[in-house]
Design a protein around this ligand. Structure first.
Ligand code: ZN
Length: 131
C-alpha cells in the first residue's frame, strides 16, 4: 500500500484551487466530475502522492453533508493497492467493515471502495486501484 492521495472537502473549487496551486507551486492537472458520487474534484501531484480537492455538485452530496457537520478539511485518506478485490477480502477477514464492498468507478481512472470510519478511528479510508 502507499498513500495515493488525501481528499480534502472544500466549499468551492474556484476559491480553493488558488491557494493550493500557490502552496504547491503548480496548477492542478485535472478537474473531474464524478456525478454518481455528487462531487467535482481537482487533482494536484505532490511527489508520489496527490491532493484531491472535493466540491459537492449537489446538496445531497456526501461532501455537502460532511461540510455541514464538520466544516471544510481533510475528508479521506486513499491507499493505492495492486488488487482491490484481494484487499477487500483480506480486510473483511480482519473484521473491517466497508461502506460498500463493490468497487466503483472513481475519479482519476480508479476503482475505489471506502471503509466505514467506525472501524478506522473516525478516518474515512479509501482503497483505490488503477484501472
Ligand atoms: Zn479520493
Amino acid at each position: 500500500m502507499k498513500i495515493e492521495h488525501l481528499g480534502i472537502a472544500v466549499k468551492s473549487l474556484q476559491e480553493a484551487d488558488d491557494p493550493f496551486a500557490r502552496l504547491l507551486g503548480k496548477e492542478n492537472y485535472k478537474h473531474e466530475s464524478v456525478e454518481r458520487e455528487g462531487v467535482i474534484t481537482s487533482f494536484y501531484n505532490v511527489g508520489d502522492s496527490k491532493i484531491e480537492l472535493l466540491e459537492a455538485s449537489n446538496p445531497e452530496s456526501p461532501i455537502s453533508k460532511f461540510i455541514e457537520k464538520r466544516g471544510e478539511g481533510i475528508h479521506h485518506i486513499a491507499f493505492g493497492v495492486d488488487n482491490i478485490l484481494d484487499e477487500i477480502e483480506r480486510l473483511k477477514g480482519l473484521g473491517f467493515v466497508f461502506i460498500s464492498e463493490e468497487p466503483k468507478d472513481g475519479a482519476d481512472n480508479k476503482r475505489v471502495v471506502f471503509l466505514h470510519p467506525k472501524c478506522t478511528n473516525g478516518v474515512l479510508v479509501e482503497l483505490c486501484q488503477e484501472k
